[in-house]
Design a protein around this ligand. Structure first.
Ligand SMILES: NC(=O)c1ccc[n+]([C@@H]2O[C@H](COP(=O)([O-])OP(=O)(O)OC[C@H]3O[C@@H](n4cnc5c(N)ncnc54)[C@H](O)[C@@H]3O)[C@@H](O)[C@H]2O)c1
Ligand SMILES: O=C(O)C[C@H](O)C(=O)O
Length: 484
């Protein structure tokens, strides 16, 4: 699969150029010949002899960017003065800050925001812990917690290197759901220590979003945190992915006119994402599903199955398929990849059933080249933004947490996940549905609001349980003075 130039790898070069009529077109031609795409060009100064030009272009990767710069340096009368990488520029100083919501103009403000006034608010919370959601940031704040062991396509890069991804996640929570998310990168991979630490920091948060923690530890960490905490714990790589895949499959099946209970599904990948997707597919009504991992098809007699794979073997593959992934996809209606690049070819997709659906979701390189898959499959989705049908959990997690926080939910249930998937699918209206449009754009605000509303409704029971208690003296005083 040949990558196209992408804005995610774009550079801006400041050039001193000898003035001549073809100066600008020489630059754009050189960049295009080197395989870059010019996205902006600005003549920032012009004199009799020379001009200064800032040119921005998309490249494939760092190496390709160097080739493009070399092509510019090779032009007669051009001096490259400076090159900046726009993605690195965006990260200078980090992507988040904390801002005060209250004015601190004088001693009176100070005595209310901090000591001595703040003490009365602390005492009110000590007496009635549930008031923390009214009087602190807890109501709208979540922790994005990682140990840096399974970061995007990069694997175990450690907690410090994972921070830009966690900051990015927090930016997405703010942008799409107005949630204040705090990145927390833990310098331990020990399950006990992670659980203890998250429990210890939990009081300030209304939810925990686990992120990029490798399987199978992520399953135990989530289970134990859910048991111990009274706030929802959601592992985005598992459940966010599952919601979006089930939504996408619901709509893709409508496009090809097949029913979820009738289709043969084959999955590649039984890790964090694959296992959660499998569980939600079964809850959504899929009956015939075969899962393969790096060692081939998972079946009951395969030796050496651990706890998670044993569950997968027992919950799937009722036809007793054995062998390789390639064997298993012959005649399948749906392929869902959450594993590794290039495990299938276009020829494998050709051997699937007519009107097949292929979701090749490994990032950044999918399980099969999407262009090859499109020659034979009726609907193709990937995790990438440069192909149609981008299946990414950002379509789910902002709305899920918005709904959970609004409902003051203490848990996350499968019913909520399924409701979220159905709501997300319904954002694409029947008259819009087509093979290249099965999931909404992340910039479609309806995606977050629909998912949030569905989760809020499904969390209704928890919301009732957390309904406001009768006024106490302290809260009555707050209401009296704020009109709240
Ligand atoms: N598009 C999305 O929204 C999205 C969401 C989550 C995960 N992903 C992608 O899915 C992939 C898996 O993520 P994960 O968090 O579940 O990882 P994981 O490490 O928990 O699981 C990986 C699984 O793939 C299997 N596998 C690895 N190499 C394989 C190979 N060559 N052939 C067949 N199976 C192979 C492993 O045995 C394992 O079952 C990654 O590429 C990730 O980027 C995409
Ligand atoms: O988190 C994401 O945006 C993608 C996904 O979880 C991945 O691991 O590739």
């Amino acid at each position: 699969m040949v990558l196209a130039p992408s804005v995610s790898s774009s550079i801006t070069a400041r050039l001193e150029v000898r003035a001549r009529p073809t100066a600008v077109s020489d630059l754009t031609t050189a960049i295009e010949r080197a395989g870059g795409i010019v996205t902006a060009l600005d003549v920032t100064a012009s004199f009799h002899e020379t001009m200064t030009v800032d040119v921005t272009c998309a490249t494939r990767d760092t190496e390709h960017a160097a080739d493009v710069v070399a092509a510019l340096e090779g032009l007669d009368g051009v001096v490259v003065q400076r090159v900046s990488d726009r993605t690195f520029l965006m990260h200078l100083g980090g992507k988040l800050s904390i801002e005060s919501k209250v004015p601190l103009r004088n001693r009176d403000d100070l005595s209310m925001a901090y000591t001595p006034g703040v003490a009365r608010v602390c005492q009110a919370i000590a007496e009635h812990p549930e008031d923390a959601r009214r009087l602190t940031i807890k109501r709208n704040t979540i922790a994005v917690v990682t140990d840096g062991t399974a970061v995007l396509g990069m694997g175990d890069i450690g907690p410090l290197a994972a921070l830009p991804v966690m900051e990015g996640k927090a930016v997405l929570f703010k942008r799409f759901a107005d949630i204040d998310a705090f990145p927390i990168c833990l310098d331990t991979t020990d399950v006990d220590r992670i659980v203890e630490t998250v429990v210890a920091i939990a009081p300030a948060f209304a939810g925990i979003n686990l992120e990029d923690i490798s399987a199978p530890r992520c399953f135990e960490i989530e289970r134990r945190l859910r048991e111990q905490l009274d706030i929802p714990v959601f592992h985005d790589d598992q459940h966010g992915t599952a919601i979006v895949v089930v939504a996408a499959l619901t709509n893709a099946l409508q496009v090809v006119g097949k029913r979820i209970g009738d289709v043969r599904v084959v999955m590649s990948g039984a890790g964090a994402a694959g296992t959660a997707v499998l569980k939600l597919l079964l809850a959504a009504g899929v009956r015939d599903v075969v899962v393969a991992d790096i060692e081939g098809v998972i079946h009951r007699d395969r030796p050496g199955l651990g706890r998670a794979l044993r569950w997968t073997a027992e919950a799937t593959n009722y036809r007793g398929v054995t062998g390789t992934l390639r064997d298993a996809v012959v005649g399948a209606d749906v392929f869902i990849g959450l594993s590794a690049p290039d495990v299938l070819t276009g020829d494998d997709v050709a051997r699937m059933a007519p009107d097949s659906i292929v979701f090749a979701l490994a990032n950044p390189r999918p399980e099969v080249d999407p262009d090859d898959a499109s020659r034979y499959a009726a609907v193709v989705g990937t995790g990438r933004s440069d192909f149609a049908n981008q299946i990414n959990n950002v379509l789910a997690f902002p709305g899920v947490f918005r709904g959970l926080l609004d409902a003051r939910s203490r848990t996350v249930t499968d019913a909520m996940l399924l409701a979220a998937a159905q709501a997300l699918a319904s954002v694409v209206h029947p008259d819009e549905l087509n093979p290249t449009y099965i999931v909404p754009s992340v910039f479609n605000a309806e995606a977050t609001t629909a998912v949030a509303a569905a989760v809020r409704t499904a969390a209704g029971a928890e919301a009732d349980a957390a309904a406001p208690r009768p006024d106490t003296g302290a809260i009555a005083a707050v209401r009296r003075f704020t009109g709240a």
